[in-house]
Design a protein around this ligand. Structure first.
Ligand code: TRP
Length: 330
């Protein structure tokens, strides 16, 4: 069945290999299978990073990276949240049926209160309402979310249900999580434990240049090497193999497995090979990012086209919602 998919993209931080082999490659595939709306959540970024000097730069960077990686503006609807005036309006309307108590109990809110006690703003409190507006704006049926966003999606479902109940309509569908299942590849970090993530500082970024990328891979955590044939790999070594299985050919992986199992492995050689194979993935993307970033005409065209497409469904939904809620013209 063809789904309506909505996904918001955080506007801070560069894309790393984990993002690429995680959600991003699924987005690229998904855009051909479903009706997809991908947008940069620039309003959301104001709840934590209100920085006028960086806002536009961040939006431009992340947009360039997604386009370079393969999101296609002629296939999916790619836009900026702040280009849709219907979003703040739906947000306002939804907020009339969102209770302060439930917002205060949200895990992400409580976390933010701890992290930024001097800036507990109403935008932070109503973050889930804004996200619900993003999703319900297009009557989405599926939303790809990571663990940290599950509660927000659950709240969106509740708000949709509540709206339908209060007004006695069957208007908003309750969106489900889009589950990538086995296709979601988890890329471990280079520091020997856990997954790749920007807060961990264990990343290679799509935008990394050759020299920097090689340096990072060469510095990845390893150990003294196995002393017993066929021994179980400790986590840092297993992690290198995990990345290699994603970026290298099966022959290359087999070659180093064999070296490991016979205690002849030289991690320097393995890392050198790994860096080359990562570069085969990232370098073409890096080059496209740099090209797109220079091409303001192209970016302007992309966001204009995206905003126009997104406004089509948004204005229809908003006008329905206003009518359902009782707004009428004289
Ligand atoms: N809150 C999401 C995140 O931090 C971003 C987001 C905003 C989003 N609006 C959305 C995701 C709507 C999915 C649907 O990653």
């Amino acid at each position: 069945m063809k789904e309506i998919v909505v996904s918001g993209i955080r506007s801070t931080g560069n894309l790393h290999l984990g993002n690429y082999f995680g959600a991003l490659r699924n987005f690229i595939k998904m855009q051909h299978e479903h009706t997809c709306y991908f947008f940069i959540a620039d309003y959301h970024s104001l709840t934590t990073h209100p920085d006028p000097a960086m806002l536009h730069v961040n939006v431009k960077n992340i947009l360039s990276e997604y386009l370079a990686a393969g999101l296609d503006p002629d296939v999916a609807t790619i836009f900026l949240q702040s280009d849709l005036p219907q979003i703040p309006e739906l947000y306002l309307l939804l907020n009339m049926h969102v209770y302060v108590g439930e917002l205060e109990r949200t895990v992400s809110f409580k976390e933010k209160v701890r992290k930024q006690p001097d800036n507990v703003n109403a935008g932070l409190l109503t973050y889930p309402s804004l996200m619900a507006a993003d999703i319900l704006m297009h009557k989405a049926t599926k939303v790809p979310v990571g663990k940290d966003q599950e509660q927000h999606l659950e709240m969106t479902r509740r708000f949709a249900r509540r709206f339908n109940t209060i007004y006695g309509v069957d208007y908003f569908p309750e969106p489900d999580a889009y589950n990538f299942g086995s296709e979601l590849v988890k890329i471990p970090g280079l520091d020997g434990s856990g997954k790749m993530g920007k807060s961990e500082g264990n990343c290679v970024y799509l935008i990394d240049d050759e020299k920097n990328l090689r340096k990072k891979v060469m510095r990845a955590v390893t150990d003294q090497g196995p002393t017993e044939p066929n021994s179980v790999k400790p986590e840092p070594i297993e992690n290198l193999f995990t990345i290699m299985k994603v970026v290298s050919t099966p022959d290359t992986v087999d070659y180093f497995e064999e070296k490991y199992n016979t205690c002849q492995i030289r991690y320097g050689d393995m890392k050198k090979q790994l860096a080359e194979d990562i570069l085969k993935v990232t370098l073409p993307i890096r080059n496209r990012i740099l090209e797109i970033q220079k091409d303001d005409d192209y970016l302007r065209k992309v966001v204009k086209q995206g905003a126009e497409k997104a406004r089509e469904s948004a204005s229809k939904v908003l006008s329905d919602v206003r009518q359902i809620m009782g707004f009428k013209s004289f």
